[in-house]
Structure formats: structure tokens, C-alpha cells
Design a protein around this ligand. Structure first.
Ligand code: XMP
Length: 515
């Protein structure tokens, strides 16, 4: 396929960062894919890799049942780069020695380069790197040399150039290793000899082929929310299977101003996608009557969505797949939410049980991608900027932004205030500098004076944050005049609001949404 080339295959040993490795390789414009470490040799051969990367992982090579690949991978004769656990594995498998370090090395360290060619070409003589490991390499396997050391790791970077085998104890894929991208580029271009030809267009070709293979002549159902992820997933699936895709858009009355129109205009009118529009405002608002507890609101909204969606799907006829715009960070988050010890802060995955309940197979074509890659993909597919560039919006929508009770009147008020805030942000040219901006209505009233009249009305709080991935966030530093214009307009133009606040809480300790 055009622009594809032979891939760099990442063998995943259970690392938190394995998808990030693949992403960095893609940023170097080389096609990359991830496979579990226990892939068979034949399967691996079938992928025809131009190089292999062994990811990190939480295990120790000495632990019982430690994840290990088929030892014959080294006989494939392609270059190998081991990262952290991957490097230890490389050393251990080839006759070196790996020991439990007396101290875990975690956080920022400095790599002193011994050799500035090959893997470390162009890397500063003393470069910041990110370490996170318990074990360390104690003795090198035969033929290996040290090419870099750090304070606590004498074998921080090792190489056996004649067999094109490399290992680094640190993580080149994370942002805390500022020159990590250069190192990975050295590996894939310099050492493996891959051409820099891969791009989003190649991803589309590949994904389309994969979707066609998976779906065949069956029917796919997709809940379109207007958000970036479901929109891009729908556009991509439509590119692959056209009318076999059936989209359902539920207006739950908790949407932003103009949302329903935008979705219909883009998907039905532009893309000619089968789109079923379900008007369910009344149903959601009556179910939410009197409810103020955030998780209860989420449950009601989530369950009702499932009911409405199921009914609509039944009306459409037999469906085989449910398409979802799950992204890589969602995969990490839901893994930790279901399998890990971390507490559920908010139940984001409010339609989690849907596929099992409806007996549908999942189709998740964005699973390997990060948010900005999804945006790039959306652009490649021809989605308008107002869709691909938009801020995230929570599933329960204005339901969790009307703090206190959710009523139609409060939703209308909030919709207007939100539209003004976003409009002012756009006019100031700041929209793309902000991860997410929102307005919420507080469950208090305040006294004001307007046109010599005493008012006793609603209070709203503006919130705008910067973030990489929504896991942490900081409040956005607005020029004061933007806030001033927004507050003036909200008080003047929106009925029922007489006071505007600006929220300067970071996450943590706050969350992005108020509920
Ligand atoms: P928090 O408020 O937890 O939000 O800092 C992180 C990101 O997730 C969005 N969010 C949700 N998305 N259903 C969703 O689909 C939800 O219940 C939900 N709650 C929060 C939030 O807007 C932010 O982008």
C-alpha cells in the first residue's frame, strides 16, 4: 500500500507506554504497530517488520512467568531496540546479567553519551532522560558495548552494532526525555533504514481495509454525539463501508447551543451518512427532575441513553457491530478503572455495558490513536474544523454543569452563557490554546442591580483549562479584557444570570467539570 513500507513492530510487555512508542514512531513518519509479546514467530514473520522495539513492562526478568518473547526473534535478523524492561530482557536473553537494583531509579536522570553515532547520533553529550526501573543490567552480553551511562545506570544505553541490537534503560518515548524522539528516529531511519513516508493518509487506507475485513457485509450501529471521537470514527467507518453504517444521534436536551443542527448538517447533508435523529429532551429532563447528586445524574442519563438507543436500534433492524470512538487514553483509563486499585472519581464510561447488553460486537477503529492524531485523521477525512478542533464535552452534558437541579430553563440559560463564552474565546483567537472551556450554573442566587432594579438571580462560573490528556489540568490565564467582555455580555444578554465568576482551580485538586 502506498506510503506504508514495512512496519516497526512494538512487542508489548505490559508497559504503560507501549502505545506512546508506536505513536513516536508514527511521528517519525514510519508505520508502526503493537503486538503482544507472546506473538508467534510465524505471525511476526507475517508482519514483515523492518525493526522491532521491545517495550518496557512492570515485571522483573527474574520473576516467575515474566513475559518473554520467542527466543528465536533474534534470528529474524532485523534490528532490535529494547526499552527499559525490553533492554533488560535483551541483556538477559543474550547471556548478560540483570540484577535487582538496591535502589529504584525513578524520574529524571542524565545520560552521558559515550558514542555520538548510530542510536545516539545528534543527542547532546549530557542529555536529560526519564528513568523508571527496579532491575538493572549488571553485566553486558558478549559483543555489546556501553554507549551511554547515567548517574545510577552504568549501562544506560548499550549496543551491539554488528547485529543491530540496542538497549536503553530509560524511556525515550516520554516527553521527559526531550531528545527521545531523535533517538527513536535514529533507530527507525538510521538503523532500520525505514523511509519517512507514513502519514494519516496511509492510516486511513489501512484502517479502511481493516474495517472492511472485520465487518464484511454486516451492519454497524454508531452513536454519534457530535464530539470529535465519535465523529471521526463515523467518518472513517463510512469511508470503509458506506451505507452499512447507521448513526443514531440522541438529543437529550443537555447539548450545547446549535449542536443538533451542526451534527445533522455535517453528517447528513455533507457526508450523506445514514443518520437517525432522536428527539428525547422531554424524557431526559423529566427523569432528572429533582435530582441533584452528580453520580445519580450520570446514572440516570447513562441508563436512559441506553434505553433510547436500544429502542432506536431495534427500529433500524438487525445490527451486528457497535462502533465506538474509543481512544488509547480511554483504554488506559478504563483498565485502571476496572482492574486497578485506583478509585473511580467519576463514572465516565456511562455506556460501558451497552455492547454486551445488545449483543453487539465492538468496532473501535481509533483504539491506537491519541487525541491529536484523531484530529489529524478527521481533517484527512474532510471533517470541518468546527468538528475536529472542538473541545471535549462530557456525555452527561449540561446535566453535570447545572449544579443542583437540572431544568429546561436552567439548561437554556446555560446554553446561552456557554455560547457567549466560546464565542469570545474564538474571537480572541484563544480557542485552540485551551483544552476545554465551560460554564456552569451554581446552585446559589445572588443579589445584583440592573437598570436601577434589584435582581436576585443565578450565578455562573467560567472555567477554561489547559491539559495534555485531561488527567491533569491547569486554569487558563486569560487576558482580563476577554473575561470582562464575556462577563458583560453574559449579564446583559442572558436572562437570569447576574454574576459571573472565574474558576482558578487546577486538577488536581479540582476536576475539570464541577460534578
Ligand atoms: P474531569 O471532570 O473528571 O473530566 O476532570 C475529565 C474529562 O472528562 C470529561 N468528562 C466526562 N466525559 N462522561 C464523559 O463522556 C462523563 O460523565 C464525564 N465527566 C467528565 C470532562 O469534560 C473532561 O474532558
Amino acid at each position: 500500500m502506498e506510503g506504508m513500507g514495512r512496519p516497526i513492530v512494538v512487542l508489548d510487555f505490559g508497559a504503560q507506554y507501549s502505545k506512546l512508542i508506536a505513536r513516536r514512531v508514527r511521528e517519525a513518519r514510519v508505520y508502526s504497530l503493537i503486538v503482544p509479546y507472546h506473538v508467534t514467530l510465524d505471525e511476526l514473520r507475517g508482519l514483515n517488520p523492518q525493526g522491532l522495539i521491545f517495550s518496557g513492562g512492570p515485571a522483573s526478568v527474574h520473576a516467575e512467568g515474566a513475559p518473554k518473547p520467542d527466543p528465536r526473534v533474534f534470528d529474524l535478523g532485523v534490528p532490535v531496540l529494547g526499552i527499559c524492561y525490553g533492554a533488560q530482557l535483551l541483556a538477559d536473553s543474550l547471556g548478560g546479567e540483570v540484577v535487582r537494583a538496591s535502589e529504584r531509579e525513578y524520574g529524571i536522570a542524565h545520560l552521558t553519551r559515550h558514542d555520538g553515532t548510530g542510536l545516539l547520533e545528534g543527542i547532546e553529550a549530557r542529555a536529560q532522560v526519564w528513568m523508571s526501573h527496579g532491575d538493572r543490567i549488571e553485566r553486558l552480553p558478549e559483543g555489546f558495548v556501553v554507549i551511554g551511562e547515567s548517574e545510577n545506570s552504568p549501562f544506560a544505553a548499550i549496543a551491539r552494532p554488528d547485529r543491530q541490537l540496542y538497549g536503553v534503560q530509560f524511556h525515550p518515548e516520554v516527553v521527559h526525555t526531550p531528545q527521545g524522539a531523535r533517538l527513536l528516529s535514529n533507530f527507525v531511519h538510521g538503523i532500520c533504514g525505514c523511509d519517512a513516508t507514513w502519514n494519516m493518509g496511509s492510516f486511513v487506507d489501512l484502517a479502511v481495509e481493516k474495517i472492511r475485513r472485520q465487518v464484511g457485509d454486516k451492519q454497524v450501529l454508531c452513536g454519534l454525539s457530535g464530539g470529535v471521537d465519535s465523529s471521526v470514527a463515523a467518518a472513517l467507518i463510512h469511508r470503509a463501508i458506506g451505507d452499512q453504517l447507521n448513526c443514531v444521534f440522541v438529543n437529550n436536551g443537555l447539548l450545547r447551543k446549535g449542536e443538533a443542527n451542526l451534527v445533522q448538517r455535517v453528517f447528513r447533508d455533507n457526508f450523506h451518512i445514514n443518520l437517525d435523529y432522536v428527539e428525547a429532551e422531554e424524557m431526559f429532563l423529566s427523569a432528572l427532575k429533582g435530582v441533584t447528586e452528580p453520580e445519580q445524574k450520570r446514572k440516570i442519563i447513562g441508563n436512559l441513553f441506553i434505553d433510547v438507543f436500544e429502542k432506536e436500534a431495534a427500529r433500524l433492524g438487525h445490527m451486528d457491530f457497535l462502533a465506538q470512538g474509543t481512544l488509547y487514553p480511554d483504554v488506559i483509563e478504563s483498565v485502571s478503572a476496572t482492574g486497578g486499585p485506583s478509585a473511580t472519581i467519576k463514572s465516565h464510561h456511562n455506556v460501558g455495558g451497552l455492547p454486551e447488553k445488545m449483543n453487539l460486537e465492538l468496532l473501535e477503529p481509533l483504539r491506537e490513536l491519541f487525541k491529536d492524531e484523531v484530529r489529524a485523521l478527521g481533517r484527512e477525512l474532510g471533517l470541518p474544523e468546527e468538528v475536529v478542533g472542538r473541545h471535549p464535552f462530557p456525555g452527561p452534558g449540561l446535566g453535570v454543569r447545572c449544579i443542583g437541579e437540572v431544568t429546561r430553563e436552567r439548561c437554556d440559560t446555560l446554553r446561552e452563557a456557554d455560547a457567549i463564552f466560546i464565542d469570545e474565546i474564538r474571537k480572541a483567537g484563544l480557542y485552540d490554546h485551551i483544552w476545554q472551556a465551560l460554564v456552569c450554573l451554581l446552585p446559589v442566587r445572588s443579589v445584583g442591580v440592573q437598570g436601577d432594579e434589584r435582581t436576585y438571580e443565578e450565578v455562573c462560573s467560567l472555567r477554561a483549562v489547559t491539559s495534555e490528556d485531561a488527567m491533569t489540568a491547569d486554569w487558563f490565564r486569560f487576558p482580563p479584557d476577554v473575561l470582562q467582555r464575556t462577563a458583560n455580555r453574559i449579564c446583559n444578554e442572558v436572562e437570569h444570570i447576574n454574576r459571573v465568576l472565574y474558576d482558578i482551580t487546577s486538577k488536581p485538586p479540582g476536576t475539570i467539570e464541577w460534578e
